[in-house]
Design a protein around this ligand. Structure first.
Ligand SMILES: Cc1cc2nc3c(=O)[nH]c(=O)nc-3n(C[C@H](O)[C@H](O)[C@H](O)COP(=O)(O)O)c2cc1C
Length: 366
């Protein structure tokens, strides 16, 4: 038998289609630190997306409309089913819920100002409603979340709509994390949390376990708000047909379907990359559920997760959605990760382009 010492030394790391260099590097990092990756942003893997769809233009069989002469109405009304005061938007693009804590007060205010100037709505998030945000948003949707962080019944009554968050596309069925570094005095006070300590947010509402309880919750919220404002139900895309149907049965005015490319402030990378469905794949099943129940266009469908451009929005609408919501694109527009702010990022101990894993780095240092 050949002696093992005769074998050539294995100097090269294992590399294959399964164990790629990045995978191996991540295994080494995890082994060295004992920390799994918690990051912001949405799925980085390539999944079917709006770029994979094209519009058919007009030629002989379809007569083109003259964009500058013929009427083109971009307005949309959300919440026509039960609410006494539905929300009227000038454009079918809304700002998605992003938490106060992940975003600063001025960032939330800026989104409110921008949304109001564009004639659309913005949305609160985990951590509650800030006066600046309410003051500068002509139409503000108030999120009612599993964590209840920052939940205030008085704020419910100040909102133009309420969005019950069942889940998010980046982490359907999972809660998020707010890192201690982000828990300032103000964030701590609004969330009733200790300052500076990492906080997990709950993965499900504490007082319900299924669609029957969702129905009760919707009724409670309608009573608190006197049936005035629309009630949205936001779900992370997993079983879009049944989740849409059950939200409708529970009494939702609007269903918000958030696909797996959707951004998050922070959660486990494994959840972001391996749980949920691509945004594109859940639009048709959701529309089908609305059609089967005879409520397509009566219960509006808002789609989010990876919407970057007007073309993406138009494709979502062409597939049957009534509106779209944007998170990451709005943050990029605000200057998030813009290299021109590198010096400012450096002062915070980070760098542009690294927001998707700086959480892990900070956690390791702590
Ligand atoms: C920084 C950040 C914070 C977020 N916070 C919340 C939140 O508090 N509640 C929520 O329902 N979704 C939250 N989301 C998800 C957005 O509401 C939305 O579903 C998602 O950003 C849409 O995908 P997009 O980022 O590709 O546009 C957050 C997203 C980001 C990027």
């Amino acid at each position: 038998m050949k002696d093992m010492d005769d074998q050539p030394p294995r100097t090269l790391p294992i590399q294959s289609a399964t164990f790629t260099n990045p995978i191996n590097a991540e295994i080494r990092r995890a082994a060295a630190t004992g920390i799994y990756d918690i990051r912001g942003g949405g799925a980085k893997r390539k999944v079917p997306h709006f770029d994979d769809l094209l519009f058919l233009g007009a030629s002989v069989s379809r007569y083109p409309l003259e964009g500058y002469r013929e009427r083109c109405d971009t307005s949309v009304t959300l919440g026509t089913r039960f609410a006494k005061k539905p929300i009227e938007l000038d454009i079918p693009i809304t700002i998605a819920g992003m938490s106060f804590g992940a975003l600063s007060g001025p960032a939330k205010e800026a989104l409110g100002r921008g949304a109001s100037a564009a004639g659309t709505s913005t949305t609160t998030g985990d951590g509650g409603m800030t006066p600046e945000e309410r003051g500068h948003s002509s139409k503000l949707v108030y999120q009612y979340l599993p964590s209840r962080y920052g939940m205030n019944p008085n704020d419910l009554r100040k909102a133009d709509a309420i969005e019950i968050v069942v889940g998010q596309g980046a982490k359907p069925g999972g809660g998020g994390m707010l890192l201690g570094q982000k828990i300032s005095d103000r964030v701590a006070e609004m969330r009733t949390l200790p300052k500076g300590i990492d906080q997990r947010s709950a993965c499900r509402h504490p007082d319900w376990t299924g669609p029957d309880d969702l129905e009760i919750k919707i009724l409670e919220l309608r009573e608190i708000t006197g049936w005035q404002v629309p009630i949205y139900v936001k779900v992370g895309a997993t079983r879009p047909y049944y989740d849409t149907a059950l939200a409708v049965k529970a009494g939702a005015d609007v269903v918000v379907m958030d696909g797996m490319q959707g951004g998050t402030a922070a959660t486990q990378d494994v959840f972001i990359e391996h749980v949920g469905l691509p945004t594109l794949s859940c639009i048709r099943p959701a529309v089908q559920a609305l059609q089967d129940l005879g409520v397509h266009r009566e219960v509006q469908l808002v789609i989010s997760g990876g919407i970057r451009t007007g073309a993406d929005a138009a494709k979502a609408l062409a597939l049957g959605a009534d509106a779209v919501a944007i998170g990451t694109a709005a943050l990029v527009a605000l200057g998030d990760n813009d290299p021109k702010w590198e010096a400012e990022y450096q002062k915070l101990g980070t760098t542009t382009g690294a927001y998707d894993d700086w959480h892990e780095v900070k956690t390791r240092r702590a």
